[in-house]
Design a protein around this ligand. Structure first.
Ligand code: NDP
Length: 446
């Protein structure tokens, strides 16, 4: 046993940190985890989980509308934001408790407070110093806020779950995951939403056919878009907020939500004192073993800014703990990571876009299915789903699958197994359709 207080001290009790702590403790390590806010991290406390619950909550607006065409008459429906907000907050509290139990049950000591690394084996939390054989930084990331006058009048995804009342108007700056997801949520809840972005692209990096479809459907639903614009300042007035754009135009709103990407939480950790190097993006630089340039200090998850997704951070934390404390030498496979945008309608994607596949393989075959889901037809909802398969022509392997439409993320997870396994288009075609479903389109594309 080492002379240190702990074998492992983890900074940050989010997805990556909690998994690493639990697995290391399971291998017999003496573990502590420092957390300055709430155990659970971004995903559980102010990200994926409460967001998804708001997505569910907001979608009832359309479901109740569509229900009429299925014979249901629902009179006097109203929506109470406080009920949804507080129920979501209560669920977050419950999950926070479960995460704490996981740590406690695995004999992981929780150190509440801000952690600062003093030297290669020492961390200070709330004035108390603790030594550890290994330090793992899993401090995550936070929303980026722009450096323009009046930016402080805007809110971020951290605040959006606690809005005291629903605003009448909301401007969302950005057109990535967070912007498109909250645009869908607040539009459904009756807020007049305008999404503004510096470029003309929404969901940059996604298969363009799908992001175009989302834009088209969103506009038809009544969301406003102001693309190719540069916001110069935000002014607070008696009537609300006034946005001033570079072209001299202005716009009034009640709330501005910054959804402009997330930056790694590297400040205040003492990294410069101990000499932990950052990469060109300002994230902690790590090698394939998640080790920083200081041999006893490692990092996982968003603070390393490789792939900002919860399941990736969890696996990184798990593999780190197995390698360091369990003598199980495995590494995260970053190939074919599925991802989803919980916009309305949602998108799911795995593998290469058409353009990426053309670069990689030269010859590709593209299969698409552009259809109106059965439920939308009866509901009189003019929204089409779009599925796209990208196939390497020489091997017939399906190297990318992309979809937008109802339940796309749920369907995509299963398709991701096939793409990850390297199945061919012929094997997709060999699979009998499951009728009547939307996902049967995946095996019926000719
Ligand atoms: P994204 O990277 O998805 O999108 C950022 C948006 O902000 C883009 O539209 C980008 O424009 C714009 N932008 C970036 N920097 C600036 C700037 N300096 N000035 C003006 N506009 C700017 O970031 P998000 O904040 O939406 O999400 C962060 C990450 O969190 C995601 O990338 C994802 O990894 C993760 N996430 C995942 C979710 C999921 O899995 N469902 C949900 C939420 C978040 P442009 O296109 O021109 O670059």
């Amino acid at each position: 046993m080492s002379s240190h207080d702990f074998d492992l001290l983890v900074i940050g009790a989010g997805s990556g940190g909690v998994r690493a702590s639990r697995i290391a403790a399971g291998h017999g390590a003496r573990v502590a985890v420092a957390e300055e806010y709430r155990v659970g991290g971004t995903c559980v406390i102010r990200g994926c989980v409460p967001k998804k619950l708001l997505v569910y909550g907001s979608h009832f607006a359309e479901d109740l509308e569509d229900a009429r065409r299925f014979g249901w008459q629902i009179e006097g429906k109203t929506f109470d934001w406080a009920v949804l907000r507080d129920n979501v907050a209560a669920e977050v509290d419950r999950l926070n408790g479960l995460y704490q139990n996981t740590l406690d049950n695995n004999q992981v000591k929780t150190l509440l407070g801000h952690a600062r690394i003093i030297d290669a084996h020492t961390v200070e939390v709330e004035g108390q110093r603790h030594t550890a054989g290994t330090i793992l930084i899993a401090s995550g990331a936070r929303p980026f806020t722009p450096d323009i006058p009046g930016a402080e009048h805007g809110i971020t995804s951290n605040d959006v779950f606690h809005l005291p009342t629903l605003p009448r108007r909301m401007v969302i700056a950005g057109a990535g995951y967070i912007a498109t997801e909250f645009a869908g949520v607040f539009h459904e809840l009756g807020v007049d939403v305008t999404l503004i972005n510096r470029s003309e692209t929404i969901l940059r990096g996604w298969e363009p056919a799908l992001s175009d479809r989302l834009l088209q459907i969103s506009m038809a639903k009544g969301l406003n878009f102001k693309l190719n614009c540069r916001l110069e300042r935000v002014e607070k007035t008696e009537a609300g907020l006034v946005l001033h754009f570079a072209d001299g135009k202005t716009m009034e709103t009640d709330v501005v939500l910054w959804a402009l990407g997330r930056v790694p939480n590297v400040e205040g950790l003492g990294l410069e004192d101990v000499g932990v190097a950052l990469n060109e993006k300002g994230a902690i630089a790590v090698d394939a073993d998640n080790r920083t340039n200081v041999p006893s200090i490692f990092a996982v998850g968003d603070v390393t800014d490789r792939v900002q997704l919860t399941p990736v951070a969890i696996r990184e934390g798990h593999s780190f703990a197995d390698r360091q404390f369990g003598e199980k030498n495995w590494h995260v496979d970053y190939n074919a990571i599925p991802s989803a945008v919980f916009s309305n309608p949602p998108l799911g994607s795995v593998g290469m876009t058409e353009a990426q596949a053309r670069n990689a393989y030269g010859q590709v075959k593209i299969y698409t299915s552009d259809f109106r889901p059965m439920k939308n037809v009866l509901a009189g909802r003019n929204e089409r789903a779009l599925y796209k398969l990208v196939v390497d022509a020489s091997s017939d392997r399906v190297v990318g699958a992309h979809m937008i439409g109802p339940d796309a993320p749920e369907i995509l997870q299963a398709v991701a197994i096939a793409v990850k396994a390297g199945l061919t288009k012929a094997q997709f075609d060999d699979t009998m359709a499951l009728h009547p479903t939307m996902s049967e389109e995946l095996v019926l594309m000719r």
